[in-house]
Design a protein around this ligand. Structure first.
Ligand code: NAD
Length: 427
């Protein structure tokens, strides 16, 4: 039986393997395999019925040698400090691989926002920042939305921070609505940037983008914008898969001559479920959820959830597939990764492929700090440049050393952070 690791053990094991390849010295390894700092605190909130409830909050700063820590705040009933630690470490590597001057952080509150009224959620956001105000900020640690937190939560957190600090500090937090210092282009950034990396990978593989076929898992934020961008560049999306809220299962919507994103959006309800009857009428074939990876296509884009390509289903990947672009976080299990590697499929690893989101958040922070905002075209142009340069740095290293793309990406990221620590005299 394979040993089940928790997320933080997994992150540490990944780090240890790469540290070995890079021959990092013992003190650098010790420094980077743990968070630099972590804060655990209690947030007492007055509930609408007059009672007081006490919530547990966290902020973990894994490393800030390259710049202020950056990472989301999650509201989740099953949140554990180990998950937050792992996520903060992954943020360090994600920011480093795209070479933005930020470190890695993550925060969370153990709660279920579905059971909280908007006023209670507001008090929780304000309470969170009151407990951590001295240790976060535009030059220390910059939070963002994450699981079950949204732009409104960010505004409440920002507003409380600014009240305490007595000034305007929009660069303290990202994921803000555009009306309060958010960046244009953030909504489409992640999915669009997935395709910037796909475009560059196709060039290296010698596959023309014109007419290239992709099958996508998911039809949410990342998947929709990835599909739109690929189609805009001349590619064809032959299937998307989404969760059906009514049937409590996933379906793939297959159309070999190419899906129409706007049409599918027009028949998607507010829970993200695509209307099967209307899709069928329009010529889509409806298949079980897993069918997305069995389609004849050159590209697979998992853009839904973690652990979707597994040791069991990896064998079903169609022989035509040449490229897997990991739009989601952690979509491929280690067992599946071994199969994909063996088959010689080119992989754009998640923390590089979906780093368009954090890169755009960095742009938001830059604009907020300057109090000067760029047009959307400029944001996306800068995003394209960052992603393209980052992708080729990783692909060049993979080519030069014969390393798998995922390992090459970790090597670049970890080396950059290790160098910053050394230059600062920390190790
Ligand atoms: P989302 O909630 O907007 O969309 C998720 C999609 O996955 C939905 O269409 C849902 O129907 C579908 N889905 C859920 N379960 C499924 C299943 N079993 N089979 C098929 N489809 C299923 O989420 P998102 O923002 O698009 O994020 C998707 C992934 O990308 C996540 O792993 C997220 O962590 C990662 N990511 C997102 C961003 C971002 O900026 N949005 C940035 C980096 C990484």
């Amino acid at each position: 039986m394979t040993k089940q690791f928790n997320a933080f053990e997994m992150a540490q094991n990944q780090f240890d393997e790469v540290a070995e390849k890079l021959q990092l010295d013992a003190s650098t390894r010790e420094l980077l395999r743990w968070p630099l700092r972590e804060y655990h605190f209690l947030i007492p909130i007055q509930m609408d019925d007059g009672s007081t409830q006490v919530f547990k909050g966290y902020r973990v700063q894994h490393n800030d040698a390259r710049g202020p820590a950056k990472g989301g705040i999650r509201f989740h009933p099953q949140e554990t400090v180990d998950t937050v630690r792992a996520l903060s470490m992954w943020m360090t590597w994600k920011c480093a691989v795209v070479d933005i001057p930020l470190g890695g952080g993550k925060g969370g509150v153990i709660c279920d926002p579905h059971n909280l009224s908007p006023r209670e959620q507001e008090r929780l956001c304000r309470g969170w920042v009151r407990q951590i105000v001295r240790n976060v900020g535009p030059v220390q640690d910059v939070p963002a939305p994450d699981v079950m937190t949204n732009p409104q939560h960010m505004v409440w957190i920002l507003d409380e921070y600014e009240k305490i600090m007595g000034g305007h500090f929009p660069g303290f937090i990202t994921g803000k609505p555009v009306e309060v210092g958010g960046s244009l282009g953030r909504t489409e950034a992640t999915g669009t940037a997935v395709i910037y990396t796909v475009r560059e990978a196709l060039k290296r593989l010698g596959i023309p983008i014109e007419g290239v076929r992709a099958s996508i898992q998911g039809f949410g934020n990342v998947a929709q914008y990835a599909a739109k961008k690929l189609i805009e560049l001349g590619g064809r999306v032959i299937s998307v898969a989404c969760w059906d809220n009514n049937d409590r299962t996933a379906y793939a919507f297959v159309k070999p001559d190419g899906i129409d994103v706007d049409f599918l959006l027009s028949i998607t309800d507010r829970f993200g479920t695509i209307d099967k009857d209307k899709a069928r009428e329009a010529g889509y074939e409806i298949k079980p959820g897993d069918a997305w990876l069995e389609q004849e296509a050159e590209i697979l884009i998992p853009a839904a959830l973690e652990n979707q390509i597994t040791g069991e289903n990896a064998a079903k990947i169609h022989p035509s597939v040449r490229l897997i672009a990991e739009g989601a976080n952690g979509p491929t299990t280690p067992e599946a990764d071994a199969v994909i590697r063996e088959r010689g499929i080119f992989v754009i690893p998640d923390f590089l492929c979906n780093a368009g989101g954090v890169t755009c958040s960095y742009f938001e922070q830059v604009q907020s700090n300057m109090n000067f905002y760029w047009p959307k075209e400029e944001v996306l142009e800068r995003l394209d440049h960052k992603m393209t340069v980052a992708f080729h740095a990783v692909a060049d290293l993979a080519e030069e050393t014969g390393e798998y793309m995922r390992d090459a990406a970790y090597m670049i990221a970890i080396q950059r952070v290790a160098t910053a620590c050394r230059l600062r005299g920390w190790v």
